[in-house]
Design a protein around this ligand. Structure first.
Ligand SMILES: [Zn+2]
Length: 318
């Protein structure tokens, strides 16, 4: 994902605000920083979630067209079939701007698939083929391991699926794993958000309209601060309110900040354009974003626990 050029101007003042907020959250969330404590007070298993990050990274970078991408996709489908009531696989070939034919799969794991009242959660499961933010050209040519960028969001969806298998939801839940988010160029808008665009054009049924949708992206770093992403506030303010209020009620008000953040081009944008109401929970303030250092040691169990607790509580509250 990327921020819009207009918004870059606000990045500098925000950076100092972020640092202050990060410092401040040491007190309020001190108890929650211990992974086992989080696991004990929430049905979301944060330790298992970190294991899902490690498992994904162990496949290797999940770059479309590679064996690791195929293996991860197969695993994802098999694991979701064990947990959900129905799994829909959308499979197609995307021809990239440089003429490569890329095999793509979106995976939609559904609980209570016929319930018209639904919650949609999504994350991208592919990883970026280049570490563009590296200054060393040798490193820049390597793929991103994708522990936080890709891996963390998928881990949240897996943890939610585990909880829903144990205690089924009272509303319909759709867990959507989109492919091809991070393949191409955000500067030109080519070959990015591929799976989300495809889903927006191929909704699972006519009139598909979840009550709310949340994209979970880069949700695992050591000093999480989720500002209210600007496109989300614009497109679905009531969803932002619901998620942030839930987080505050659970004691995570310093992590889910009330500040309006940057406008970030991410998988929620094509879905909102198709008339769904989807927000992006994202913390772009991550030193290893699009770098070779985006590895599982940078993803923190307690952060996954905070995000996962919010995610499952939003569903349970209906
Ligand atoms: Zn990325």
């Amino acid at each position: 994902m990327t921020t819009t050029p207009l918004r870059w101007a606000t990045l500098r003042p925000l950076a100092s605000a972020l640092a202050a907020a990060t410092f401040a959250c040491g007190g309020a969330d001190a108890a929650a920083r211990d992974g086992t404590a989080v696991a004990a007070i929430s049905e979301f298993d944060a330790v298992a979630a970190h294991g899902y990050v490690e498992k994904q990274v162990a496949f290797g970078p999940r770059v479309p067209g590679t064996p690791a991408h195929k293996a991860m996709g197969d695993w994802l489908i098999a694991e979701m079939r064990r947990r959900a009531d129905t799994v829909i696989v959308q499979e197609w070939t995307h021809t990239s701007s440089d003429g490569k034919r890329l095999p793509m799969r979106n995976v939609l794991a559904r609980f209570r698939p016929t319930d018209p009242k639904r919650v949609l959660y999504l994350a991208h499961w592919d990883t970026r083929p280049r570490s563009d933010k590296e200054t060393d050209p040798v490193l820049a040519a390597r793929p991103v391991p994708g522990a936080n960028d890709g891996g963390s969001g998928v881990a949240i969806l897996f943890g939610v699926a585990d909880a829903l298998k144990k205690v089924p939801p009272t509303v319909g839940v759709d867990l959507l794993f989109v492919d091809g988010e991070d393949y191409g160029s955000f500067d030109t808008g080519t070959d990015v958000l591929i799976g989300a665009k495809y889903f927006a054009e191929h909704l699972p049924e006519p009139g598909y309209q979840p009550m709310l949708g949340v994209l979970w992206d880069m949700v695992g770093d050591a000093d999480p601060v989720f500002e209210q992403e600007a496109y989300s506030v614009q497109a679905a303010p009531e969803v932002v309110q619901r998620v942030w209020t839930t987080a505050q009620r659970l004691g995570h008000g310093s992590v889910f900040s009330n500040r309006e953040g940057l406008a970030i081009t991410d998988d929620h944008v094509p879905l909102n354009a198709a008339g769904l109401r989807v927000i992006d929970v994202i913390d772009l303030d991550y030193p290893w974003h699009h770098m070779t250092g985006d590895t599982p040691d940078k993803v923190v169990t307690s952060t996954l626990g905070i995000v996962g607790a919010v995610a499952i509580t939003v569903i349970r509250d209906f």
